[in-house]
Design a binder for this molecule. Structure first.
Ligand SMILES: Cc1cc2nc3c(=O)[nH]c(=O)nc-3n(C[C@H](O)[C@H](O)[C@H](O)COP(=O)(O)OP(=O)(O)OC[C@H]3O[C@@H](n4cnc5c(N)ncnc54)[C@H](O)[C@@H]3O)c2cc1C
Length: 392
């Protein structure tokens, strides 16, 4: 006799993730333990402080959460990008917007590993891995964000080295950074070059830690450079090579943003579903109301699509085949998806969703910036559209 089919256990639907192997699963377990023990209990206090303590960087370094892909010769574990994705996901899924680990590990460190001289790598990478030095990237200026051709920060040759002056804004990890990769104009029309500016360089000053709509524990700063004198070894790569170096890093950076947004959307779905199964109204649970159930199902289908997209791009990236256009498509799709899912989740929570003591309120506020930082949605669409239509 056929047994009656058991109804599926209630909960969010999840796709299998076959790209992850045993070593990744173990790394995820360790990362999750670290995040639950060392980040979650303190994050609200860090939001009040507007910054995370340096101590958490050292602990994250000890736990192997920083710079997972940095090669062993530079003090890193030399793991593949899936470990980087896991580190990003585990911080994102708890809504910990404060620790700017991914910027340090997946934006700044790769500039050094790809383009740094042996001396630059030796000076910074081991300290990055241990969390003893914190990295930031400073491209944006008050007058130059989407259009980096408007950068006015300038570096001129001075003796055997350089002298750099200008101003940057919106710089993540800006208050804590020990090393800032600064984009500056050089020479007469030579274009943009990248400079390694140590946090204690005379003439370098940090401005305000900017107050934001979300991401309250993340330090986002103005930076000022007043005739900062730098040695010849401060130039990263070739003079005038800044744009191509920035472009080279974009696919990885945008994939990292997509990975993070997907993990946040999954978390939003989970907490919204829990809420809908608990909240009583009209003599039933919120989730028993058809409109609420459909809202959850719509969130679910978006999250499943996102997961399939992100994991296939992770697989492409592992093969070295992810290009900037596909990464831009992912950045667009996943940041916009998170925006929709967070909005729907907040609506399900009613007035409680607007209270910052509820995680959904923070996910909602924190999600907003994803469609702007790292390249606005319109810029992403332009990249994708131009690749499709072709250039004249
Ligand atoms: C919290 C936060 C953290 C950040 N961290 C960093 C960091 O660490 N380092 C760093 O260098 N920068 C950082 N940024 C800056 C971020 O990358 C810029 O804000 C972003 O690139 C947009 O630039 P902008 O703010 O100057 O907006 P603008 O360039 O002035 O654009 C304004 C709006 O115009 C529209 N737009 C832009 N281009 C187009 C187009 N081609 N077609 C149609 N519409 C368009 C978009 O809607 C866009 O939002 C951060 C920003 C924030 C808010």
């Amino acid at each position: 006799m056929n047994r009656p089919e058991r109804p599926p256990a209630p909960g969010p639907l999840a796709l299998p993730r076959p790209i992850f192997e045993e070593e990744h699963i173990l790394f995820r377990e360790a990362a999750r333990r670290f995040v639950e023990a060392e980040i979650v209990p303190h994050h609200a206090a860090w939001e009040d402080a507007g910054v995370v303590p340096r101590e958490i960087w050292l602990r994250a370094g000890e736990a192997g959460l920083l710079c997972p892909t940095v090669p062993e010769e530079w003090g890193g574990p030399g793991a593949d990008f899936l470990c980087a994705a896991i580190a990003i996901e585990e911080v994102a899924r708890v809504g910990a917007s404060g620790p700017g680990f991914w910027i340090h590990s997946e934006m700044v460190a790769p500039y050094l590993t790809r383009f740094g001289s042996e001396a630059q790598k030796a000076r910074w990478l081991p300290a990055f891995v241990r969390g003893e030095a914190i990295g930031a990237v400073a491209m944006s200026e008050p007058g130059a964000g989407s259009d980096l051709r408007g950068i006015r920060t300038r570096a001129s040759r001075h003796g055997s080295g350089w002298r750099l002056s200008g101003q940057k804004v919106f710089i993540s990890n800006g208050q804590l950074a020990d090393l800032v990769v600064v984009a500056a104009q050089t020479g007469n029309g030579a274009g943009i070059s990248l400079f390694l500016v140590p946090g204690d360089a005379p003439g370098f000053q940090r401005g305000r830690n900017l107050r934001k709509l979300g991401g309250h524990a993340q330090d986002t700063s103005e930076l000022f450079f007043d005739e900062v004198e730098l040695g010849p070894d401060a130039l990263l790569g070739e003079e005038g090579g800044g744009f191509s170096m920035l472009m080279a890093g974009l696919a990885r950076e945008r994939l990292a943003i997509a990975v993070s947004c997907q993990a946040k959307a999954e978390a939003v779905l989970e907490i919204s579903l829990d809420y809908a199964r608990e909240r009583e109204m009209f003599g039933q649970r919120l989730g028993d109301l058809q409109a609420a159930r459909h809202r959850l199902a719509l969130m679910q289908t978006e999250v499943l699509q996102g997961r399939a997209f992100v994991d296939s791009l992770l697989a492409l990236h592992l093969q070295g085949a992810l290009d900037a256009t596909m990464a831009a498509a992912a950045k667009y799709a996943l940041t916009e998806m998170l925006g929709r899912v967070a909005d729907a989740g907040l609506q399900l929570h009613g007035g409680w969703g607007y209270m910052t003591e509820y995680p959904i309120a923070r996910f909602f506020a924190d999600a907003r910036v994803e469609r702007i930082a790292g390249g606005a949605s319109e810029v992403m669409l332009d990249i994708v559209g131009k690749a499709m239509v072709g250039r004249r």
